[in-house]
Design a protein around this ligand. Sequence first.
Ligand SMILES: NC(=O)c1ccc[n+]([C@@H]2O[C@H](COP(=O)([O-])OP(=O)(O)OC[C@H]3O[C@@H](n4cnc5c(N)ncnc54)[C@H](O)[C@@H]3O)[C@@H](O)[C@H]2O)c1
Ligand SMILES: OC[C@@H](O)C(O)[C@H](O)CO
Length: 303
Amino acid sequence: MQSAAPEDRNSLTSRILPQMTLSKGDESSLTGPPAPDSGSSSAPERAVKRFEVAGNAIVTGGAGTLGFAASRALLEHGLSGLMIFDINPTQAQPKIDELQKEFPACNIKSKQVDITDDVAVSKAVDETASLLGSVDHLLCFAGVVGCQHALDMKSAEWRRVLNINTTGSFICAQAAARQMVQQGYGGSIIFVASISGHRVNFPQPQVAYNVSKSALLTMKDCLAAEWARYGIRSNSISPGYMDTILNEGEGLEEGRKIWADRNPLGRMGTPNELTGAVVLLSSMQATYINGTDIVVDGGQILF
Ligand SMILES: NC(=O)c1ccc[n+]([C@@H]2O[C@H](COP(=O)([O-])OP(=O)(O)OC[C@H]3O[C@@H](n4cnc5c(N)ncnc54)[C@H](O)[C@@H]3O)[C@@H](O)[C@H]2O)c1
Ligand SMILES: OC[C@@H](O)C(O)[C@H](O)CO
């Protein structure tokens, strides 16, 4: 059987999504936020510029370790405006204030938002668009971990983890994508999955967490296929064991040693070692990267 021509696929999608259909020809303008002006710069300067990050970003969980490191990296690479959504932004307010001093030309804001509350998220995305001028990037770092044996786990714990990690990320992606569709030139969404979405953790039992993260990998695929026609790219990053507070809890001391021993590089990762993937996926170098997961784990899942 012959596969459908691209035009046929587009018209099929148009019938399925009638209210969000773009007229023919509009697709050419869906290139994401405006590219940095390369002007008359030299070839090496132009190469660096291609890794610049244009526009404004929402980073959920940006008060946490990895989300904050990612926010700083985006600012270092030219981001104009940053909005952090976190259920507890005050924990990082002094660091956020420092960022504003370091990047005075950027508009840096934070908001207390529970990503599982769809009404609050939608309102916060609208407010962000008004404050910053647009929403061009969404990075979904907000998440929680839970280590419980499956036989003992209460259904409330299962729901808590999936509600925040999976449903919360979808709620944010949907609200940001609606804004991006309205803006008309696309954008970038990055889900923060985990190697736990690819492989079962050892030694800690984490069924709810692992399921929540593997669901994000499938969500990223579905949205990459569904929203590409609006110029919205959906990708994910799967960190391995990074040295953050998330991995310092009770009972994880033994784990930390085992994880390092089982890693080809012999250690956990640092928060800044995740930022290369964040910058790449958010930059103009990634305009054809859609539906991809980048594993940043020092090779942990090879063994
Ligand atoms: N640290 C690691 O080794 C590792 C590995 C793989 C994946 N990850 C993922 O990376 C992300 C960030 O991890 P981290 O180590 O920086 O953890 P972290 O605990 O430092 O940061 C998580 C942030 O999410 C926020 N948050 C939690 N629930 C929220 C909610 N309902 N609404 C809004 N914000 C909420 C927290 O307040 C916190 O600031 C998580 O999704 C985590 O699962 C981490
Ligand atoms: O797989 C690594 C992470 O997802 C996570 O940090 C860990 O499993 C938490 O214990």
